[in-house]
Design a binder for this molecule. Structure first.
Ligand code: SAM
Ligand code: CA
Length: 260
């Protein structure tokens, strides 16, 4: 079989197909939950226990050894599941490289796996403004930022991310950033998006994580503020003329917004 020929029933290449498959609606067919999992059984679209997940990693993952070390260290943490998936991190690193980004923002650092991932591909004078409120999480990854020789590219701000974004805006840094990754408290995702959109240059990219939220966006409960907030942002983005978008069924769903 040619390298890129994927059987129809397991094609995961485009967002629309992914959503159609996930809802089992495409051409009126039902597709096996092995491929896309169900909201109840798994947070990721392709269940992490699926052989396809392993196949994807075996055939695409090129991970820096220190990045891998941090991923394995984080996986042992009680909240290890908060870490971004490694295939998604690789996509973001590729995007950062593609657009020749110099200044990036990460909202929600946790142990700093994706912070390190982005710092590794930035030029030596590049900067990641890394926002988190919990220094204990960040302390886990910091020694590995140093070991990888990229510590000088990471500007860690321990305070509520809204405050950091407001400070960046107030200090005249509007339209100076190339890339932003939004992955903190979901209730604030719209505010993060609006502030990042002001900070990002035209042609820059905002990646918003967990846009499928384990499938809960299909039926947001009124009392579930996180799901409501993600769902409202998803609806707004569909009609947002300031950006072009792609919603990818990767990890727990990631939307890429390209600023026009
Ligand atoms: N992006 C990380 C990665 O790639 O591994 C995962 C981030 S984790 C899902 C969410 C993080 O957001 C946590 O570390 C949490 O402390 C942080 N967080 C929660 N509320 C925040 C806030 N108001 N401001 C900044 N960070 C916040
Ligand atoms: Ca996430």
């Amino acid at each position: 079989m040619p390298l890129f020929s994927v059987p129809k029933e397991v094609a995961v290449g485009t967002a629309m197909l992914g959503v159609a498959f996930a809802t089992g609606m495409l051409a009126g067919k039902r597709y096996p939950s092995l491929v896309f999992g169900t909201p109840k059984s798994s947070k990721s679209i392709i269940g992490k226990s699926s052989p396809l997940w392993q196949y994807i990693l075996d055939h695409s993952l090129r991970e820096h050894p220190i990045l891998k070390k941090l991923r394995l260290l984080t996986a042992d943490h009680p909240w290890g599941k908060m870490m971004v998936s490694c295939d998604q991190a690789q996509l973001m690193a590729n995007l950062v490289k593609l657009i020749k980004a110099k200044k990036v923002i990460e909202i929600g650092v946790f142990t700093g796996y994706n912070t390190l991932n982005m710092a590794l591909v930035l030029p030596d004078n590049g900067r990641v403004i890394a926002c988190d409120i919990n220094e204990d999480y960040v302390k886990i990854g910091k020694p590995l930022w140093k070991e990888a020789g990229v510590e000088h590219k990471i500007d860690l701000r321990i305070k509520p991310a809204i405050q950091t974004l407001d400070e960046l805006l107030a200090s005249g840094e509007s339209e100076t950033f190339d890339f932003a990754f939004i992955d903190a408290d979901k209730e604030s995702c719209n505010e993060y998006y609006e502030k990042c959109l002001r900070l990002i240059k035209k042609g820059g990219i905002i990646a918003i994580d967990n846009v499928l939220w384990g499938g809960r966006v299909l039926k947001p409960r009124k009392d579930d503020l996180a799901t409501q907030s993600i769902h409202h942002l998803n609806e707004k983005l569909l009609r947002d003329a300031r950006v072009n978008i792609s919603m990818l069924p990767m990890g727990d769903g990631v939307t890429l917004a390209f600023k026009l």
